[in-house]
Design a binder for this molecule. Structure first.
Ligand code: SOE
Length: 383
């Protein structure tokens, strides 16, 4: 119990360092190894981050006997092989989303994790926010009545210009879908999480406004603006944005707009639920408050005051009201219950985390969206 949990993080681009930070803030886990895209990069990162070992080959990190948990923070095409190898080596796994390149791979990972009895989580960061958990508790308690309508979406602008580039633009590395797989899955999981309802079927229309982009030599990180370097024009097949219609298990209707090309919108993930008795609205860019809408009494703004949150939300908040929390806190809270399960051998009461089955469901969603767009029809979301 008092022993530290040894952690290895594969992938040191945009997101890997945030996983390292979040793991360190748990207090009882230690990052003992990192892996970069080459031996030199792995070693340099280990030195910079004061981590004992730096590798250039993820297989070496997976084989490291001190690594008990492997974090997969690499481009999408390598999620499956790394997560699979880690599970086979008896490690617990925290994987970035999307969990795999397709639902055949993600189904295999779900089955393997279950068979090996290893803790498995997918970094659907936004499910870690206390007020997202509070919104879920409000719906579950019946505070809003029957869920009738859900709307919102996820808007960004970091891929608006032809000179904006990242590996996510390349289908071989990223998968057949880009905006939907990268950020649409966040909105989809948020809808199912907050409402507690499964999506029954999907109708989608996708659009690629930029059929070619300028690829900079040496690449660019997500959100990074690279200037003054040589570029080459490359074709792009994945979508910049998409509009979604969803029908939920109880017949409720949902509509969402997903875009990486909406000027001025940076990380605007939001959801509004309209129930038969009330509404709730939450926006990731102001995560410490949510709006509660009423027809028969005044509307309210609920702040992230741990003293006022449901027990299923309170544990995720660390700071008192008035002390802003944000994205790094949500990432920590997203996988903290998985770590508690590793540490204590059982899930912590009243908490939850997105496991591989949630990642698999999101893969099914991505495939349903692609199919709906291609065939111009509603597609039932398989389990
Ligand atoms: C880029 O669109 C990105 O970094 C996503 O990959 C993350 O999942 C999202 O949280 C922020 O934006």
């Amino acid at each position: 119990m008092s022993e530290r949990i040894g952690v290895g993080v594969v992938g040191l681009g945009f997101i890997g360092p945030f996983h390292i930070d979040a793991v360190r803030r748990l207090g009882y886990a230690e990052v003992v190894a990192v892996c970069g895209s080459s031996e030199a990069k792995g070693r340099q990162a280990a030195e910079r981050l004061a981590v004992a070992r730096g590798y250039g080959d993820w297989r070496a990190l997976v084989d490291d006997p001190e690594v008990q948990v492997v974090h997969v923070c690499t481009p999408n095409d390598t999620h499956y092989p790394i997560a699979r190898a880690a599970l086979l080596a008896g490690k617990h796994v925290v994987c970035e989303k999307p969990l795999a390149m397709d639902s055949r791979q993600s189904a295999e990972l779900v089955a393997l994790a279950r068979e090996r009895g290893r803790v498995n989580a997918v970094a659907f960061t936004y499910l870690g926010y206390p007020l997202v958990k509070e919104a879920r508790a409000m719906v579950a308690r019946g505070d809003l009545g029957e869920v009738q309508l859900v709307h919102g979406g996820y808007l960004q602008d970091w891929l608006l210009f032809p000179t904006d580039y990242n590996w996510r633009v390349e289908a071989e590395l990223s998968g057949a879908s880009r905006a939907i797989a990268d950020i649409g899955t966040h909105w989809f999981t948020l809808v199912e999480y907050v409402t507690g309802l499964r999506v029954r079927r999907v109708m989608a229309r996708l659009k690629t406004f930029l059929p070619t982009r300028q690829r900079p030599r040496g690449g660019a990180l997500a959100f990074q603006r690279v200037e003054g370097v040589e570029t080459e024009e490359v074709p792009v097949t994945t979508e910049d944005c998409g509009m979604l219609w969803l029908e939920l298990a109880n017949g409720a209707l949902a509509t969402g707009l997903i875009s990486q090309v909406s000027a001025g919108r940076k990380c605007m993930l939001n959801i509004e639920v309209n129930g038969s008795q009330g509404s709730v609205f939450w926006n990731q860019e102001q995560p410490d408050q949510c709006w509660i809408g009423r027809r028969d009494r005044p509307n309210q703004i609920l702040f992230r005051d741990p003293n006022r949150l449901a027990p299923t939300a309170r544990w995720a908040a660390r700071l008192p009201i008035g002390h802003p929390e944000g994205w790094p806190d949500a990432l920590r809270a997203c996988f903290e219950p998985a770590y508690r399960q590793i540490r204590e051998g059982a899930p912590m009461a009243g908490t939850d985390y997105p496991d591989f089955s949630v990642g698999h469901r999101a893969m099914r969603f991505v495939e349903a969206v692609l199919q709906s767009h291609a065939e111009e029809r509603w597609v039932v979301l398989a389990d």
